[in-house]
Design a protein around this ligand. Structure first.
Ligand SMILES: [Fe+2]
Length: 266
């Protein structure tokens, strides 16, 4: 999720009068290290739609891209664009932006100390992880629909909906004729989870919407379970059914037992 109430140590960079966001050399170097590392692991592991999206985006490797460079491609392909936001935004803003086909991107990049893992979604996670898939119509339509539903949902319904987002947009897997592939941006922006998600270790279950809505997750561990789509068109189909009826069904049935240990008290 791009949304939390916890304060962040990061501050998003603001554009100058021309709309240009300047980053430090160190920040550009961090981007370069992250993208070079990740480009080595995504071929053969990310789905073709993602890799095609990456080609379309043609992201620079030696510097952090400006949001407009990414938006130009998204607008042309699916009518999406990026939206510059502070390091953390509330659920309301998050859902509203998605409902308007604007993907929130906080304009900061992780510090070298948090190179391998950080809780806040930074510009590398948002752009490298998510924007390539936003060139795919089924994924793009589903993400907008999720925003629309979330905007009108109660807090409890939102908590259920968040699990659907988690197990698709963030941590979704896809069966293809060439084998199992990844489309979730939470996986594809992490080298460790890109390898782990396709390994023998985690449980993989066929995607079923009510099951995903009922599956608890933790954001600070690799996922013990992933849900696997048989086709990205399943995301399109989710925009055409009464998804809130499925949310109410999931709420009535309640959550599954967590497959992970409880988080230790700090
Ligand atoms: Fe994300």
């Amino acid at each position: 999720m791009s949304s939390s109430k916890k304060p962040s140590k990061y501050v998003a960079r603001e554009p100058n009068a021309e709309g240009f966001i300047a980053y430090t050399d160190l920040e550009h170097q961090t981007w370069q290290r992250l993208i070079e590392r990740q480009l080595k692991v995504v071929p053969g592991r990310a789905c073709d739609e993602y890799l095609h999206g990456l080609e379309l985006l043609n992201l620079p490797q030696d510097r952090i891209p400006q949001l407009e460079e990414v938006s130009r491609v998204l607008r042309r392909e699916t009518g999406w664009e990026t939206a510059r936001v502070p390091a953390l935004i509330g659920f309301e803003t998050f859902f509203r932006l998605l409902s308007e086909r604007k993907f929130p991107v906080a304009t900061f990049i992780r510090s070298p100390e948090e190179f391998d893992y950080l809780q806040e979604p930074d510009i590398f996670h948002e752009i490298f992880g998510h924007c390539a898939m936003l060139t795919n119509p089924a994924f793009a339509n589903f993400t907008q629909k999720y925003g629309e539903l979330g905007l009108n949902a109660s807090p409890k319904e939102r908590a259920y909906l968040a699990r659907l987002y988690w197990f698709t947009v963030e941590f979704g897997l896809l069966n293809t004729k060439d084998g199992l592939r990844i489309y979730g941006g939470g996986i594809l922006s992490s080298p460790k989870e890109t390898l782990y998600a396709l390994s023998e270790e985690p449980v993989r279950a066929p995607f079923e919407v009510v099951d995903t809505l009922r599956t608890p997750y933790r954001i600070d561990i690799v996922q013990p379970i992933y849900y696997v789509l048989s086709d990205l068109e399943e995301l399109q189909q989710l925009t055409e059914i009464d998804l809130m009826a499925r949310v109410r069904e999931a709420m009535a049935a309640g959550l599954f037992e967590p497959m992970f240990p409880p988080k230790e008290a700090a």
